[in-house]
Design a protein around this ligand. Structure first.
Ligand code: PBG
Length: 342
């Protein structure tokens, strides 16, 4: 058809493929499934679950609550959980020694989950000292500095402790130099070739970790650190300004033996996720962090946006950017929605 004055209409009409849900399903380039989700869980040493104010819908769970959540993950097709302990302040010390205690909360939790779900659900454990240090830092603090190599030694022992408890994957989130290689060597020397390493390879110093630090109680600790002059994590976590440095971080972690690499946060680093995936072709995960979750939940609570749709969209774009899987507090809600739709 030709309309004088309007020029000729295009032969290629991209709207043609958007007309029906079935057609949109055929041409969809990115498909999110429950298998793309990892579920971060907070555990504490109390008998009941306690809500986390800045993360509506997320609770600190007792150990048996985590065991039930793991079983639910299995039912929902969520492949793995990631565990974060809210440590009793009495257990915290300047050197974070409780991190290597086989009877600590996270080790007891791992054993309980493993007894119940065996290998059906992956158990990923954070490796860093922040749940255990009075100053809330991920590493050892000596004379106002986070000391690298001494910290790495403790992280190796922490990784072995977690491996012995039965976790499948250790996830160093501390950003010390050389820790992936050292942890791999330590695990191998102990005969634990089976335990994988998911490295938080490109982890930015981000304001979006705020609610998490409330959840595990490290914010208060970092307040203590402020008095010592080191209130932020900028001497070890990355500067948000940098891209090329993230590629160097990832390259090093791969060379040191990482099985999977992670970019964190996710929503403010979609470009980084894309670069990392296309550059290295490694299994690449992304962590949609507590602040990203909190923003969506807060806006939804105010009726400013549709929380379910925003959650789905926010995670789908992380996969579209190149992530193979996403750690997200929306995991169970999304898995349920995706299963119901399918
Ligand atoms: C601690 C750790 C943090 C997160 C995961 N592991 C916080 C931090 O680095 O201060 C943040 C996760 C989130 O915000 O959801 N090493």
């Amino acid at each position: 058809m030709h309309h004088p004055g309007l020029g000729s209409f295009p032969a290629t009409r991209l709207r043609r493929n958007r007309q029906h849900p079935w057609l949109r399903a055929i041409v969809a380039e990115t498909v999110l499934t429950p298998a793309d989700l990892l579920w971060p869980l907070f555990v504490h040493d109390h008998a009941t679950a306690v809500p986390i104010a800045a993360m509506p819908g997320v609770e600190r769970l007792p150990i048996d609550g985590v065991v039930r959540a793991a079983a639910e993950a299995a039912r929902l097709g969520i492949p793995a959980i990631a565990l974060f302990p809210a440590t009793d302040p009495q257990r915290k010390t300047a050197d974070g020694a409780h991190a290597v205690d086989p009877e600590n909360l996270v080790c007891r939790t791992v054993r309980a989950v493993r007894r119940e779900t065996g290998d059906a659900v992956g158990i990923v454990c954070d490796v860093a000292l922040d749940p255990y240090t009075t100053h809330g830092h991920d590493g050892l603090l000596v004379d106002g500095r986070i000391v690298n190599d001494e910290t790495v030694e403790v992280l190796c022992r922490q990784s072995l402790t977690l491996a012995e408890a039965g976790c499948h994957v250790v996830a160093p989130s501390d950003m010390m130099d050389g820790r992936v290689g050292a942890i791999r060597t330590a695990l191998d020397a102990a005969g634990r070739h089976d335990v994988g390493i998911l490295s938080y390879a490109a982890k930015y110093a981000s304001a979006f970790y705020g609610p998490f630090r409330d959840a595990v109680g490290s914010n208060a600790s970092l307040g203590t650190a402020a008095k010592l002059g080191v209130s932020d994590k900028k001497t070890y976590q990355m500067d948000t300004a940098n891209t090329l440095e993230s590629l160097r971080e990832v390259a090093l972690d791969i060379a040191e033996g990482a099985d999977m690499v992670m970019v964190k946060p996710a929503g403010t680093a979609l470009d980084i996720i894309h670069r990392v995936k296309t550059t290295f072709g490694m299994p690449t995960l992304a962590y949609q962090v507590s602040g990203e979750y909190a923003m969506i939940r807060a806006a939804a609570a105010n009726g400013w946006l549709d929380g379910d749709k925003a959650a789905l969209e926010s995670v789908l774009v992380i996969k579209r950017a190149g992530a193979d899987a996403v750690l997200t507090y929306f995991a169970p809600q999304l898995a349920r929605a995706l299963t119901a739709r399918g």
